[in-house]
Design a protein around this ligand. Structure first.
Ligand code: PEP
Ligand code: MG
Length: 571
């Protein structure tokens, strides 16, 4: 079975279909209420056991959010009012138990959703829904979408929501195959940052795969082999051995200083989507976080943006865990392919050219101020920095900074602690900002170059469209010239230029970034040591000729040729 490669790597494990469809109970009368009640009690006990196990896991992983949700669900299962209502519907009204469960929990959910002035309780409606699904799966004998097999597995699904993937045990989830999916969807970004190989666009996968089928995911060839033969398994084992050997070699780069051979100091940061990613990146020796994609936090809540307190807790936890290392928080980059249904943004013909990121935030000042306030307050607990996405014209930056000043004034007036000297950066990902970089450079403390979007906008090529992926290549000379121009403008203004797009971690390109004078590269966690090794092996004097050749190139092919010749000469 073929798919598009969204995250490289290989995995050998059982395939496990993950249903995203919701289970529904049939509305039927019963002639055997006692039997229905016994069925309900048995299902309730099985769910309570599952939840207890999940709580133990959450406890072990110090996952307070998940533990709270499970705690709340467990309380419902034990609640006498809940049990009385079910009993009433079964014994007095003669309904089947699945319908009784669905009806009672529906009422709970609606009541919670109606609490418009209490965002915390409103968010709990989703947890009631989740519990209802768990109970119904048990009652109807459907494979529970939330349960996982006992050992390692390759998840196969139509699509997976980012919150679903974060619920999966990352020690067991070794591969992902999606029928749909998009290269820059958050699910894929998370898979990449966790080093999980992932294929997308694998049409018909669910139909052909049953739970427990041995499978080999080849995330280099873009293939999923079912019941792999001895030769394929041998190939996988050779790959695994190579990876182990490489990892052992890279170990020494975890805590090395990031310095080129000729003494130019840089830093390798990590890109994250949750404070929970910090432990892993520190283990790999990241010197900070260059991009916290805060959208995921917004996606985790189902029907309203996260409150200031919820955001503060998440940002503060990340800042504290980083112990003084930089934490660059990007304000909400909603839109494009990152949808937040509860914001009610109308469907657009060209969402990537539409109402997204800073454009949306500047029109929704309350939402924007809430986030700015949480970010500023988190600055009291660590080295927090802030950056604005998708800036296209100076007015947007000025308006965003004016909002920030208002929020600062409000916090000062209320005596709330925050970081008054917070560093402020902008993402450079629109051609307008790149062309006029010199005019932006004196208005910010740093540039963070978003090469994913910068490439798609430079080439007018949707980054999620596989048919035109040849245009979305970071080896294009026009992109490399744009990045070089940005580095020069930053240097002239005395500010830093960082890269936080995917291009920052492409091994062949690291010597070019070094030579251009890029200060920091923010990459996915599994790539930290590899990128640091490339920096430590680079020499700016020796790269200069190569950079000159690349910047003179007319075509991508010429760029690749120059890079491979330089590599050959080195080895
Ligand atoms: C980018 O555009 O390069 C970037 C880092 O942001 P995102 O991928 O989240 O759009
Ligand atoms: Mg972007």
């Amino acid at each position: 079975m073929r798919g598009r490669i969204a995250s490289q790597g290989m995995a050998l494990a059982e395939a496990y279909p993950v249903a995203e469809t919701l289970v529904e109970a049939a509305k039927e009368k019963t002639a055997d209420p006692a039997g229905e009640w016994a069925r309900f009690q048995a299902a309730r006990e099985r769910c309570a056991d599952q939840i207890t196990r999940l709580m133990e896991n959450a406890e072990k992983n110090e996952d307070d959010d998940i533990r709270d949700i499970l705690d709340f669900q467990y309380l419902i299962l034990e609640d006498t009012e809940f049990l009385d209502k079910i009993e009433h519907m079964i014994f007095k009204d003669s309904w089947n138990c699945a319908y009784a469960v669905q009806t009672v929990l529906d009422i709970y959910q609606k009541k919670l959703q109606a609490l418009t002035d209490n965002a915390y309780l409103r968010e709990r409606a989703a947890d009631v829904d989740d519990l209802g699904q768990r109970l119904l799966c048990e009652l109807l004998g459907v494979e529970n979408a939330i349960s996982e097999p006992g050992g390692p597995y390759i998840a196969v699904a139509a699509d997976l929501s980012p919150s679903r993937i974060t619920e999966m045990d990352d020690k067991k989830l070794v591969g992902i195959v999606l029928e749909k999916g998009a290269m820059t969807a958050h699910t894929v970004i998370i898979a990449r940052s966790r080093g999980i190989p992932c294929l997308i666009g694998a049409e018909g996968a669910l139909e052909r795969i049953s739970a427990g089928t041995p499978a080999l995911l080849d995330g280099f060839a873009g293939e999923l082999y079912l019941d792999p033969d001895a030769r394929q398994i041998e190939g996988y084992e050779a790959y695994a051995a190579e990876r182990r050997a490489e990892r052992a070699l890279l170990l020494e780069y975890r805590h090395r200083e990031t310095r080129t051979k000729d003494g130019f100091g840089m830093r390798v940061y990590a890109n994250i989507t949750s404070y929970k990613d910090v432990a892993g990146l520190l283990e790999q020796g990241a010197e900070g976080v260059g991009l916290f994609r805060t959208e995921l936090l917004y996606m985790e809540s189902k029907d309203a943006p996260p409150s200031e307190e919820t955001q503060l807790t998440a940002y503060r936890k990340a800042a504290e865990a980083l112990g003084g290392r930089p934490l660059v928080l990007r304000t909400l980059d909603v839109g494009g392919d990152k949808e937040l249904p509860y914001l009610g943004i109308p469907k657009e013909d060209n969402p990537f050219l539409g109402y997204r990121a800073i454009r949306y935030c500047l029109d929704h000042r309350e939402l924007f101020r809430t986030q700015l306030s949480a970010i500023l307050r988190a600055g009291a607990y660590g080295n927090v920095q802030l950056m604005f996405p998708m800036i296209a014209k100076p007015e947007e930056l000025a308006l965003a900074r004016a909002e920030l000043a208002l929020v600062m004034a409000d916090l000062s007036a209320r005596g709330v602690p925050y970081d008054r000297g917070i560093r402020i950066g902008m993402m450079v990902e629109t051609p307008a900002a790149a062309m006029d970089a010199g005019r932006f450079a004196d208005k910010v403390d740093f540039f963070s170059i978003g090469t994913n979007d910068l490439t798609q906008y430079l080439f007018a090529a949707d980054r999620t469209n596989a048919r035109i992926s040849h245009l979305n290549s970071c080896f294009q000379p026009a992109l490399l010239r744009a990045v070089n121009h940005l580095a020069e403008c930053a240097r002239a203004a005395g500010i830093e230029a960082d890269i936080c797009g995917q291009a920052g971690e492409v091994p062949e390109l690291v010597p070019l970034w070094v030579c251009m004078g890029i200060n920091n590269l923010s990459v996915s966690t599994p790539e930290i040591t590899r990128v640091r090794r490339s920096i430590c092996e680079a020499d700016r004097g020796l790269c200069r000729r190569l950079l000159g050749r690349v910047l003179e190139s007319d075509t991508e092919q010429a760029v690749r040729q120059a890079l491979s010749q330089a590599q050959e000469q080195k080895s």
